[in-house]
Design a binder for this molecule. Structure first.
Ligand SMILES: Cc1ncc(COP(=O)(O)O)c(C=O)c1O
Length: 424
């Protein structure tokens, strides 16, 4: 679709413009076999990212002994049948949780990209400085002399919170200086958590997009610094994409068949789009048309929906249609989607569901009371999407559903209690 000027706004569904929850089925969604060959990334790129992750495992095991093997992954857990039926709104529903809210070290999905990109930067510096001889194990990068040398380098990022934390955790563990630029809506405890790690936090009066833009500008051309670009980094994107093979392995181990007769629906909370988009690409490369990826956005910040409806020839934002990008789901408070992601997975995403803050708090509380899951609001959004998606897309209602819970385990108790109290 190519609409110039402001004409594209009239193509945005009324419910989206009015900030009402809705299910938007992506008319561009097509057959994987036709779309995947035309993309800039292929299976070899994602497999290379997986192999690279495995090379980092010994280093991660050294830095974070609680990881054991060094592999960063989360469990896949089934929901009890009565909870699954509540979530999907139909009897006999099968719902699994890909529990990234419990991801070790960071308790959020953004580690899959953030850790990966900082590790790649350390690897690059290590090779250039001769710390990593051929066949040298990467645990060498945790030695005190390397750590001291990395202290002369900065890693920087603009973030709503969880990417900044992920970059902060790994950056500080490796000895880097870390600078995180954060938006006005970033939670105070997320800023404090970064300061406690020894990271520098730069606060911006504007939104997430302006924090990213300011950070990008501040680090332009700095040879002693690396900027992790949440909006356009290929490394971040492929770091997330590598998660798909973890899910495939876990589904196979649990005896869950995924094929044309047994479709899989995966629900992914979407902010700028990197994490859900990367996972979508990875899953499509593995499962093709048998997997249906459904993104979930707050009613006030449906940036990917707006971008895909408007077409990906030029960026648009939720402000352009009068929405205010104000949501308690801080990780999803993004006004303009990543164009890299929109262009890559725009034809692979099955649907986008928008959810109200009231609904995501209701699900946050429900999942705590019924399943003992400690979620942050952004992650609970995915649960709010399953019932509406099953009702609106009846052809998928009998699928196996996987809700990707993207964050929450490290939420401070006081924050969690406040979130629970929002419902009462
Ligand atoms: C908990 C949580 N879920 C989902 C997302 C969305 O990820 P992305 O911004 O890459 O779309 C974020 C982003 O920070 C997040 O913090």
């Amino acid at each position: 679709m190519s609409i110039d000027g402001t004409g594209w706004r009239t193509t945005i569904p009324e419910a989206v413009r009015e900030g009402r929850p809705t299910v938007w089925r992506n008319p561009r969604s097509g057959r994987a076999a036709e779309i995947l060959p035309g993309l800039s990334f292929d299976r070899a790129d994602v497999e290379a990212a997986e192999a690279r992750w495995r090379r980092f495992d010994p280093l991660l095991a050294r830095l974070f002994p609680e990881l054991g093997t060094g592999r960063i992954d989360s469990p896949l857990r089934p929901l009890a049948s009565h909870v699954a039926e509540d979530v999907a709104g139909r009897a006999g529903a099968r719902v699994w949780v890909k529990a990234d809210h419990d991801l070790p070290v960071t308790g959020c999905i953004k580690a899959r990209g953030g850790l990966y990109e900082v590790l790649i930067h350390a690897e690059m510096l290590g090779r250039a400085a001769g710390w990593l001889a051929p066949k040298q194990g990467y645990a060498r990068l945790a030695e005190p002399d390397v750590r001291a040398a990395l202290g002369a380098h900065t890693v920087a990022v603009g973030s709503t919170g969880n990417l900044g934390f992920s970059v902060g955790v790994i950056g500080r563990a490796l000895g880097f200086e870390v600078e995180v630029h954060m938006s006005h809506d970033a939670k105070a405890w997320k800023k404090q958590r970064l300061r406690d790690l020894g990271a520098r936090v730069v606060e911006h009066a504007g939104d997430y997009g302006s924090a990213v833009a300011a950070a990008r500008k501040a680090f332009e051309g700095r040879a002693d610094a690396h900027f992790v670009d949440d909006e356009s980094s290929v490394d971040l994107f492929l770091g997330y994409a590598a998660a798909a093979s973890d899910l495939r392995r876990q589904l196979a181990a649990a005896g869950v068949i995924v094929d044309a007769a047994h479709p899989l629906c995966v629900y992914l909370p979407c902010g700028v789009g990197g994490a859900p988009g990367g996972v979508t690409l990875g899953l499509k490369l593995l499962f093709g048309d048998a997997v249906h990826c459904i993104l979930v956005e707050p009613v006030a910040a449906p940036c990917m929906l707006v971008q895909l409806v408007a077409g990906t020839h030029r960026p648009v934002s939720v402000y352009d249609i009068g929405l205010d990008n104000r949501t308690a789901a801080d990780g999803l408070a993004v006004a303009a989607a990543s164009m890299l992601v929109a262009r890559t997975v725009g034809d692979l995403v099955e649907a986008i569901v928008t959810v109200s803050d009231a609904d995501l708090f209701a699900w946050l509380r429900h999942l705590w009371l019924q399943a003992g899951m400690r979620l942050e609001p952004s992650a609970a959004a995915a649960f709010a999407a399953v019932g509406p998606a099953c009702a609106a897309l009846p052809d998928l209602a009998r699928a196996t559903h996987v809700v990707w819970t993207t964050g929450g385990a490290l939420l401070p108790e006081v924050e969690f209690q406040a979130a629970l109290a929002r419902v009462a």
